[in-house]
Design a protein around this ligand. Structure first.
Ligand SMILES: Cc1cc2nc3c(=O)[nH]c(=O)nc-3n(C[C@H](O)[C@H](O)[C@H](O)COP(=O)(O)OP(=O)(O)OC[C@H]3O[C@@H](n4cnc5c(N)ncnc54)[C@H](O)[C@@H]3O)c2cc1C
Ligand code: SF4
Length: 516
């Protein structure tokens, strides 16, 4: 027989029930993962801290700041509507906010999900916060390090096949559907010459919360870069789900073939634009993959498109998170090619370049904080790598201006993939290309002052000149790299290397002065 409780005992039990507080960082806005999956309004409170150091530490893209603040505000309000007590603190830092909260509520237990940056991990550990596994990724950190084990090379393609087997996506028993793991060779079409109907991107109407956050940012003293929010990015899970549906309906079908294309008529091509929502926790990779597979099962999506998309999520995205936690803390300081050129002025101000491809891409970044993976890799990073920009300065710029930036995803993508600053730990060869690749995959060169086929002379394409000059300057660094044999054979065949070197000097100094 149960015993009855008196009023003071009931109050005590109520207080005990509320003795757990979940600390929710602004990039873990998920109700169904990690510590939040177990939280109930009757037993848990929520703590969300707006770090003033973070907000005022850099010149952020205006839309990046808007998305972070508005999505967090929406999430807090949704939790309140569910019955949670949500404590929203503005503090100098997350650490300061937690200390302040503890002083107000000394008996409370603080829990959180494994955070998504090393810096926050240190804060949580030092403050003794209990951490739940971050199950919003499909691969836990332990699973990834188990896979990496004693492997000599951490090839993404091997990881991807392991993921396919383990997760069962696009598998028929132990074999991949269609008997082929990777259809990338079918996915490298250049943009169609003309007359192609690209899907029109979705726009989101701002609500009252968005308007108030926008006003807060506009009237703040934060240092901002880029255009203010214009409805390109949703700030709620409902909006993120709408974007997912838009992608499945209008874009997934031709995602594969045009994945690398850089057309003039559209900024979004067939890309999903889901990265900010995945990275903030508004969508989970599992639900995105499940929805894409369900769409594929309807029968009209080519295998090359679904395979390409699933690979981006279960392959690349999970791999990047895995290596971020596997690599040592000082990985982000890597600079194996000793690159020390300050950030080029064109990254801050596109008016300082005559290179049509760079001008157009930086304008796109200014406009919405996003360009797809090929401009990130083969234009922005390629130019930084070829011209020897300091990797940490470039990383810092990318972090400030991209809508989907986060430490775990930016550090390996920039240091390992984009700038090859890690001595090839992540990628066996650098992603470098001259003007010919950009001409083939993009539609910029006809409007450019430079000519992609020329490597010397005033009209030489800076990419083409610098491509050869980079190989020439870095021969020692890549000696013995079997994957670069062909590129160095090409270098040896050049009949005007001295002229290339002379032109490269002019290009490098012009890039630094903002005159190229
Ligand atoms: C130098 C460089 C920097 C990058 N920085 C970021 C970043 O800060 N944040 C970020 O989310 N992505 C980053 N990426 C990866 C990729 O460019 C973006 O995820 C993608 O362009 C986002 O657009 P989307 O959602 O339309 O992607 P889609 O082309 O539709 O691809 C689907 C999803 O796959 C995932 N994905 C694909 N490639 C990668 C990758 N290399 N790393 C992680 N996830 C990947 C993303 O979640 C993306 O949403 C970077 C890539 C490079 C080369
Ligand atoms: S010519 Fe060179 S710089 Fe000009 S758009 Fe083409 S690739 Fe870019």
């Amino acid at each position: 027989m149960g015993s009855r409780l008196g009023p003071s005992e009931i109050l005590f039990t109520e207080m005990q029930k509320r003795m757990i507080t979940v600390v929710v960082p602004y990039d873990q806005l998920s109700r169904t993962h990690g510590a939040m999956s177990k939280a109930q309004p009757e037993t848990h409170q929520i703590l969300m801290i707006e770090s003033q150091n973070f907000l005022s530490s850099r010149t952020w893209h205006a839309q990046r700041l808007f998305l972070l603040l508005s999505a967090a505000e929406h999430f807090a309000i949704e939790l309140e509507a569910e019955g949670f007590s949500v404590h929203r603190l503005q503090a100098a830092s997350v650490r300061a906010g937690i200390i302040e909260y503890r002083q107000l509520q000394p008996d409370i237990t603080l829990i959180a999900t494994q955070p998504r940056s090393r810096a926050l991990q240190v804060v949580f550990e030092e403050l003794g916060i209990e951490l739940d596994v971050d199950d919003s990724f499909l691969t836990t950190r332990e699973q990834f390090s188990g896979w990496a084990g004693a492997r000599k090379s951490l090839t993404q393609e091997h990881f991807y096949r392991w993921q396919r087997n383990r997760l069962g996506y696009l598998m028929q028993g132990a074999s991949p559907i269609g008997d082929v793991w990777n259809l990338d060779s079918e996915n490298r079409l250049p943009p169609p010459k003309s007359g192609y109907a690209w899907p029109a991107p979705l726009y989101f109407q701002p609500d009252d919360i968005d308007r108030s956050v926008l006003a807060q940012i506009t009237n703040s003293e934060y240092s901002l870069w880029g255009s203010p929010a214009d409805g390109t990015w949703a700030t709620t899970r409902a909006g993120a789900l709408q974007q997912l549906q838009w992608f499945l309906t209008h874009s997934l079908g031709a995602f594969g073939p045009y994945e690398d294309a850089m057309p003039k008529e559209t900024w979004s091509a067939h890309h999903s634009m889901l990265s900010p929502y995945l990275n903030l926790g508004l969508l989970s990779p599992r639900e995105v993959c499940d929805a894409a597979i369900a769409r594929f099962d309807e029968g009209d999506i080519p295998l090359a498109s679904i395979e390409g998309f699933i690979r981006q999520i279960i392959g690349w995205r999970e791999y990047i998170n895995g290596v971020y936690w596997l690599f040592p803390e000082n990985y982000e300081q890597s600079n194996s090619l000793a690159a020390d050129r300050p950030l080029l002025p064109l990254f801050e101000d596109p008016a300082t370049t005559k290179m049509a491809c760079m001008n157009s891409t930086i304008l796109d970044v200014e406009k919405r904080g996003w360009v797809h993976h090929i401009p990130r890799l083969m234009l922005l990073s390629n130019l930084a790598l070829l011209s020897g920009v300091d990797p940490q300065e470039f990383l810092e710029w990318m972090r400030r201006v991209f809508i989907d930036a986060a430490d775990w995803v930016m550090v390996p993508n920039v240091i390992g993939m984009g700038l090859h600053a890690d001595d090839g730990v992540m990628m066996t060869k650098p992603y470098i290309a001259g003007g010919a690749y950009i001409k083939r995959m993009g539609q910029f060169c006809n409007d450019c002052e430079y000519k992609p086929a020329l490597r010397v002379g005033d009209q030489a394409c800076p990419f083409t000149t610098l491509y050869w000059d980079f190989l020439d300057r870095n021969q020692a660094a890549f000696q013995g790299n079997h994957r670069m044999v062909q590129q160095f054979a090409g270098l040896r065949k050049l009949n005007n290397l001295e002229e290339v070197r002379a032109r490269a000097k002019v290009v490098l100094s012009g890039l630094s002065q903002g005159t190229i």
